[in-house]
Design a protein around this ligand. Structure first.
Ligand code: C2E
Ligand code: CA
Ligand code: CA
Ligand code: CA
Length: 375
């Protein structure tokens, strides 16, 4: 729809429906559900004869594999099919379960079919339980911030720390942010949680010597559903931290919805004297246009590139290109995930300004970070 307009999108879906119609038979019924979703109801096949069911699914994928020509433009579509069988997968729940299988198929890369398995429901249940725990965790003081040093490349002196969130779950122990941050995003818990993170990070950093910086991660949702500038202003005022000591890290995913409001928020934050970092650079949506619209102070090279240095040529070439570009835009360049001295030397030679990684230090509890900041 974005590229060809609504009418063309509609024509494409009609052509898809047309091809699907060739599967219609006395025992195969078709329905268009909503948008680009279709339902196929096949009866009379025995659940023991999975081959017959697979053959139908396979046939549909094949039938839609060849390109469509819409208004003179060749288009290919990918097909994801989820399959649930009655009565073994339940009768009431057959559509919901086919849907679960469909979403699993989509997340596994599309263009194929997937049978429903009980494990899919178990995973949903586990997520639901974790979400319920997450909602109460803030009130129960189960979150804690760790701080990982960011060092100046030349003299290896600590310039600042990145605040990294940890969740001490009463039963499960430490839960990784990679697991619960996406969940907190989806459920909206990130709004109160993000506020806590920012206030806590500023409070702790205000106790460090005057030139040591604190970097705080922001989630895309914090831009859309809260008055971020107001929050940042309040966190700075309450803690007494100078704006210039606060760095806010955002990933490219913030620009997925490139609304003027997001640009305005980022500009306002910069005007307040807060520094902006572009996190995980190179892994995102590779549209460089936002670098022209928003003046970032810093770019963080993602650890996936650093990991393959110095041996892998493609990683070295990408890092080289990022550093060249960032240098010409006057940005500070930080490399993340530096684990070996060979990586450090390679990045230093290429012109990187700051390092962060296990070679220097793992994320530390607040007291240890404070001691390091003062040393
Ligand atoms: P990130 O912002 O890219 O953070 C860097 C991650 O790399 C951290 O993982 C850090 O512990 C890890 N790391 C640092 N040095 C090394 C190294 O040398 N080798 C390797 N293999 N890893 C290293 P962590 O703490 O598990 O955080 C994962 C992600 O969760 C973060 O990625 C960030 O996206 C998110 N996250 C963490 N804390 C927060 C937070 O307070 N707010 C938000 N919105 N997201 C957070
Ligand atoms: Ca869809
Ligand atoms: Ca980060
Ligand atoms: Ca990062």
């Amino acid at each position: 729809n974005d590229t060809f307009g609504h009418a063309a999108g509609d024509k494409l879906l009609k052509s898809v429906a047309e091809r699907l119609r060739s599967f219609e038979a006395s025992d195969v019924q078709l329905a268009r559900l909503a948008g680009d979703e279709f339902a196929v109801l096949a009866t009379g096949r025995s659940a023991r004869d999975l081959h017959a069911i697979e053959a139908l699914a396979h046939g549909i994928v094949e039938a839609l594999a060849s390109p469509f020509t819409i208004e003179g433009i060749r288009l290919t579509v990918s097909v994801s099919i989820g399959i649930a069988i009655a009565p073994q997968d339940g009768c009431q729940e057959i559509m919901r379960r086919a849907d679960l299988a469909l979403y699993r198929m989509k997340s596994e890369g599309r263009n194929g079919y997937r049978f429903y398995e009980a494990e899919m429901d178990e995973r949903i249940e586990a997520r639901r339980a974790l979400t319920a725990d997450l909602r109460g965790a803030l009130d129960r003081d189960e979150f804690i911030l760790y701080f990982q040093p960011i060092v100046a490349a030349q003299e290896c002196r600590v310039r600042g720390f990145e605040a990294l969130l940890r969740w001490k779950h009463p039963v499960r122990g430490f839960v990784s942010p990679g697991e619960f941050i996406p969940l907190a995003e989806e459920t909206g818990v990130i709004i109160p949680l993000g506020e806590w993170i920012l206030r806590e990070a500023c409070r702790i950093a205000a106790g460090w010597p005057g030139d040591v910086r604190i970097a705080v991660n922001l989630s895309p949702r914090q831009f859309r559903h809260s008055d971020l500038t107001q929050l940042v202003r309040s966190a700075l005022r309450t803690s007494g931290l100078a704006a210039a000591r606060l760095e806010l890290e955002v990933t490219e995913s913030v620009f997925l919805e490139a609304t003027p409001a997001i640009n305005a928020t980022l500009s306002k934050l910069r005007e307040m004297g807060v520094r902006l970092s572009l996190d995980d650079f190179g892994t995102g949506y590779s549209s460089l246009s936002y670098l022209r619209r928003i003046a970032f102070d810093k770019i963080k090279i993602d650890q996936s590139f650093v990991r393959d240095l110095p041996q892998e040529r493609s990683a070295a070439a990408i890092v080289n290109a990022i550093i060249d570009m960032a240098t010409s835009l006057d940005m500070t360049i930080t490399a993340e995930g530096v684990e070996t001295d060979a990586q450090r030397v390679c990045l230093l030679e290429q012109g990187c300004h700051e390092f962060q990684g296990y070679l220097f230090s793992k994320p530390l509890p607040a007291e240890q970070a404070a001691a390091l900041a003062r040393s």
